[in-house]
Design a protein around this ligand. Structure first.
Ligand code: GLV
Ligand code: MN
Ligand code: MN
Length: 410
């Protein structure tokens, strides 16, 4: 029985119930349930004696500056937005465990004298509402492009309006950027894949985060009657998009290390007896090697063009993200590996196939990530889980990491 691990898991499940939808967890950027998450986390941060503020990008930030604390601060955190029909741990676990670590620090007077800590619950990492991920961490890293404010969600609400509707002022986003007084960033996150479970390991230090490209493609044909229009006289946007979806899968299957996904399809008018007039699809392409990722993107865009040309369809492609692979900081990662060993475990190091706030934070400050095994390798799904013993070990490793960092920072 482990009280603090059980408490952390219960808290993640409690937060998962703060959702846009009644029976499943969906919490996109600054949608109303985000207020509930903020209220909950704010209470916890204040109870720990942290100074709390929400920045203009909707990140909730708690600062612990214990009496006698000196030097630069460590930032801990992860994101609180989710994919639709999400699990309870992607992102939120990293925030909840950060607060557990703060609690440990407060109980440890020696640490308290040494290390100021900021915990950040990033407002957005998944890219679901506006098609562009990392809104929260871009702002904190000072990498937020104000042009993003004009993007619209599925209800035609702009990002600027979404921020205003939440009670914040997008004109102040530049003020969310970090000052120079930062030692580094640590994100604790579930692996979201099957590797640690297959190797019967609890934890790993992340070495690098894969690069990713995201695009939106719109195939335009002509909507017409499904009963009266002969096959050879159709311009079926959905048939073209379907051919493209298969091509994306085939290319990724044939190239080592490449993953490519069409996860979203919007069909207009989306009726069973109408040939589709327009179809918008997403494309997500990832590879550890940036050149190979970019080559795959080029091939797929050319494939889309060829399909559209052959079928008499229009095609529009817009790039939403082109994020290079990002290495984690060697020194912080070495501290993390030492902390894992000090907890009596093998210091497994592994890359991350998922994107994380740490990849944006790494452009500004030294960043490291600790992965926890994902039972069944499942994530972005309600069955996402963590094991109590892994959570407890992650907290132990987190404490040992903070000790090392504090000693190294002296
Ligand atoms: C974030 O979850 C991603 O898509 O990698
Ligand atoms: Mn995710
Ligand atoms: Mn995540």
């Amino acid at each position: 029985m482990n009280e603090r691990a059980q408490r952390a898991i219960a808290e993640c499940r409690l937060i998962a119930a703060m959702s846009e939808e009644p029976d499943r967890t969906t919490r996109r950027f600054l949608t109303p349930p985000t207020h509930d998450v903020h209220a909950h986390l704010r209470r916890r941060m204040e109870a720990l004696g942290m100074k709390v503020q929400t920045d203009a990008a909707g990140n909730l930030r708690g600062l612990l500056e214990p009496p006698g604390a000196r030097g630069r601060r460590l930032i801990l955190g992860s994101h609180i937005d989710t994919v639709p029909n999400a699990g309870a741990f992607d992102g939120v676990l990293g925030v909840v465990l950060a607060l557990e670590l703060v609690q440990e620090l407060i109980q440890n007077a020696k640490q308290r004298e040494l290390l100021p800590i900021e915990v950040i619950a990033f407002s957005e990492e998944e890219g679901i509402r506006f098609g562009v991920p990392f809104i929260g961490s871009r702002a904190v890293a000072g990498r937020f492009d104000p042009a993003l404010l004009a993007l619209k969600d599925a209800d035609e609400v702009t990002m600027a309006d979404a921020i205003c509707n939440f009670g914040l002022d997008p004109a102040h986003i530049a003020g969310a950027a970090l000052d120079a007084n930062v030692l580094g960033f640590l994100e604790i996150h579930i692996e979201q894949g099957p590797v640690l479970e297959a190797e019967n390991l609890r934890l790993a230090a992340v070495t690098a985060i894969v690069g990713q490209s995201r695009y939106a493609l719109t195939f335009t044909g002509r909507a017409n009657h499904a009963g009266t229009t002969p096959m050879h006289l159709r311009r079926d946007a959905l048939a073209g998009a379907a051919e493209f979806v298969s091509a994306v899968e085939s290319l990724a299957q044939s190239a080592e290390g490449l993953v490519a996904t069409v996860g979203r399809v919007e069909v207009d008018p989306n009726a069973g007896n109408v040939i589709a007039g327009a179809v918008r699809v997403s494309m997500d392409v990832r590879h550890f090697d940036d050149a190979q990722r970019q080559a795959a993107v080029q091939t797929l865009l050319e494939t889309a063009k060829a399909i559209a040309g052959r079928r008499g369809l229009g095609l529009e492609c817009s790039r939403q993200m082109d994020q290079p692979a990002v290495p984690m900081d060697e020194r912080l990662t070495a501290f993390l590996a030492e902390a894992i060993e000090a907890a009596g475990l093998p210091a497994r190091r592994m890359p991350s196939g998922a994107g994380h706030d740490a990849m944006v934070m790494a452009t500004r400050v030294p960043a490291a990530m600790l992965f926890l095994r994902s039972p069944g390798g499942i994530s972005h799904h309600p069955d996402e889980a963590v094991l109590e013993e892994d959570v407890e070990t992650a907290l132990l490793v987190g404490c040992k990491f903070l000790e090392r960092l504090a000693a190294g920072a002296r």
